[in-house]
Design a protein around this ligand. Sequence first.
Ligand code: AMP
Ligand code: GLY
Length: 425
Amino acid sequence: MKGKKILIVGSGGREHALAWKIAQSPLCSRLYVAPGNAGTEKWNVPVQANDIQGLLQFAKGEAVDLTVVGPEEPLSLGIVDAFEAEGLTVFGPSEKAASLESSKAFAKAVMKEAQVPTAEYEVFSSLEKARQYIEKKGAPIVIKADGLAAGKGVIVAASQEEALQGLENVMGGAFGAAGQKVVIEEYLEGQEVSLLCFCDGTTALPMVAVQDHKRALDGDRGLNTGGMGTYTPPPFWTKELETEVMNKIALPTLALMRNQGTPFKGVLFLGLMITAHGPKLLEYNVRFGDPETQVILPVLESDLVPILEACTQGRLAETECRWLKDTAICVVMAAPGYPQSYAKGIEISLPAISSSQEMVFHAGTSTSDDGRLVSTGGRVLGVVGKGDSLSAARETAYNLVQRISFPGAHYRTDIGWQGLSSKSN
Ligand code: AMP
Ligand code: GLY
């Protein structure tokens, strides 16, 4: 059988993890990453992830067999529609289906119609009406900008003053057009967990569950970030909980999207809160998570390529997806200052990797003209340890962090704390 040419779109840690996994597939004869980072250097092509026409020309010119889209931006710009119109195979949702992430108001309307358990909410375009609603409901309360705001458009307000201040910021232009409409919703308490599912429009296959650490500082303090680390599996996650989430959330969503004529294929990422009243959906994302992917793919035993292809061909029901029993932890090493303004161009030196239990996925890195590895972004490296227990995986990951030279690097020292504080680990 002829090997496949596969193009990955994006340049983060998620895309390095995808490239690492896909490069191991006997089905892949040629890999490209556009534009990639220093970790994916041997596969990189100089086309930006939001340059849909440039990517299309490249994929046609090289006769790429499968394109895998990492970030949300090209999806919300319609990359899947553009590729499919030219007869190219692409893994990801259409522009319309991607609205599950690009519009929080659309996402909440889908949840309501599909009877997915979620926080009670109202949508407002008028600042005055939104203010009255907050005054009526009181705190704690949650305010979300409708559009894409790079994960920063959500305010979890502990007091009414904080809520009103947050509302003024969001609707007053802090998030541009994304904040013209807001969703205001009930505050939910519980354990937060991400469940990502492979989808082919009809069938959904869950991946292993992951806990992310969004706050910048140890003890879940400090500012919200794109994610400072992840681990899998959370000790409270059970087969019963997975079945409940699939039956009450993933499958009703897929059925509704299909019935509306916008079937969902790609990765449906469920951001869940496990409350005292069962699992509730906080949000959908329409892509692999970052840094969730950096712990999910190291424990995926199956070849990823046939699964991605099955999603694009509506054959997921007959496709096998096996997982290792291992635990994995990813510690994000960020530039000093992140998530606020941070330095770039810091020189990094990586140690030799001594076992298959250790991995370093690059995010904001590049190679300078004189061949040095330097930082170019906020989140710079995802340092992964694998093991047969959470404590073993954690020790491996932090041991590797200690061997990396990255002056001033900021990272959390407590990734996996929720899992480690439970007795079984
Ligand atoms: P989202 O982008 O909707 O996932 O929100 C970002 C973060 O805000 C989530 O990861 C939660 O930690 C928090 N959050 C969002 N919605 C709620 C809610 N209704 N109740 C409590 N926390 C929330
Ligand atoms: N780690 C959360 C996300 O990818 O949106």
